[in-house]
Ligand binder design. Structure first.
Ligand code: ATP
Ligand code: MG
Length: 367
């Protein structure tokens, strides 16, 4: 199969292990050259979906197409993909060069061609100086780069990465994250990347796919998911610390604004299309910690600070709402001093707050 870029199309993918349905009607189009990141809680089916694309798992139903061609019947090695796993599993008795060349050697690729590809990949990944070392003489980050190099030399149309950085320490992850972004810019190959790490997803992805229990909850650009989550699940999953959710009741509803009352009687206005709701309806008011302010626009919630963390870059206050006892996380600028026990008047900006109905569906935000 030619190297270069290829689109990936998934249609109606179902997969069960025994009685457990792990993927449930997954439809997804990944454009040629796109960097798509799968996120979701542990066990939601991210690795299984990646393995279905790779051909390491056979779906019970549905179609996998790469570059416009149905590949369901093709073995992994014939799909034009290369996969990098979390456990990079290098052969300990082989040098870096032999590890990287291994797949090509098996495929009886011409020796000069192998040499060309290995040295090109080594240059891209900055491991040219280590080609004659054995894996045990490398750091974790260097080993991970060899594993990526082993994928690059295959010149795939699509790279599949399953949590490739999760074995690395925090500082190295940050550096490797940058290197992944650079690698994608340079190769422009289609990449599908699974991670638990919010920041990796937000920074690397052209689009993020949020999976929940084998279902695609939402697909969108990182800031689209952050600003316009379509469900409470996505709202809580994207963003750190998590979005606050406060029980509330609709007082008045129009196509441009919802007026809600929270437990202690405070009234808050939210810029959403609430035309389909009715007064008295139970909803949840969602507001991100970083959008609550002590002096910005919007109505105020009164809450008592119960615990304060000063991190320098930001101050986190945890505050209890009277009436319901619900706790809010509030992210304030690092130079703001708040004490535990202090009463806070927290403003909810109407154009940044969210409302969710009893099923967890978001009312459409207007800005
Ligand atoms: N070979 C298998 N046999 C039986 N069950 C499996 C198999 N592989 C995965 N599962 C189950 O399928 C579900 C989805 O697994 P999967 O590995 O895709 O999750 P994941 O989203 O990658 O999770 P994590 O974030 O923990 O890696 C889990 O409940 C898992 O236990
Ligand atoms: Mg997994």
């Amino acid at each position: 199969m030619e190297s270069g870029m290829a689109d990936v199309a998934l249609r109606g993918i179902n997969k069960s292990f025994g009685a457990t349905r792990v993927l449930n009607g997954v439809d997804l189009n990944v454009a040629a050259g796109e960097f798509v990141v799968f996120v979701g809680p542990s066990g939601c089916g991210k690795s299984t979906l990646l393995r279905v694309i790779a051909g390491l798992e056979e779906p019970d139903a549905g179609e996998v197409a790469i570059a416009g061609r149905t590949v369901n019947a093709l073995s992994p090695s014939d799909r034009g993909i290369a996969m990098v796993f979390q456990s990079y599993a290098l052969y300990p008795h082989m040098t870096v060069r032999q590890n990287m060349a291994f797949g090509l050697t098996l495929a009886k690729t011409d020796k000069a061609e192998i040499e060309r590809r290995v040295s090109a990949a080594a240059d891209i990944l900055n491991i040219a100086d280590y080609l004659d070392r054995k894996p045990k003489a490398l750091s974790g980050g260097q080993r991970q780069r060899v594993a990526i190099g082993r994928a690059i030399v295959r010149e795939p149309q699509v790279f599949l990465f399953d949590e490739p950085l999760s074995n690395l320490d925090a500082a190295l992850r940050v550096r490797m994250r940058y290197e992944f972004a650079a690698l994608h810019q340079r190769l422009k190959t289609t990449m599908i990347y699974v991670t638990h790490d919010q920041v990796e997803a937000m920074t690397l992805a052209d689009r993020i796919v949020v999976l929940n229990g084998g279902i695609v909850e939402q697909v969108g650009a990182p800031l689209e998911l952050y600003d316009h989550p379509r469900t409470r699940f996505v709202a809580e999953f994207i963003g750190s610390p998590k979005m606050n959710l406060i029980s509330a009741e609709i007082i008045e509803a129009t196509a441009t604004v919802a007026t809600v009352r929270v437990a202690d009687g405070a009234i808050v206005r939210v810029g959403v299309n609430a035309a389909a709701t009715t007064p008295g309806q139970k909803v949840q008011l969602g507001v991100r910690p970083e959008h609550l302010t002590l002096d910005g626009p919007g109505e105020a919630l009164t809450a008592t600070a119960t615990f304060v963390e000063s991190l320098g870059v930001a101050t986190y206050a945890y505050a209890a709402l009277p009436g319901s006892g619900e706790t809010l996380t509030v992210q304030l600028p690092g130079d703001v001093r708040v004490c535990s026990g202090q009463t806070l008047s927290l403003r909810v900006p109407p154009n940044r707050a969210h409302l969710f109905d009893a099923n967890g569906a978001a009312l459409r935000r207007l800005v």
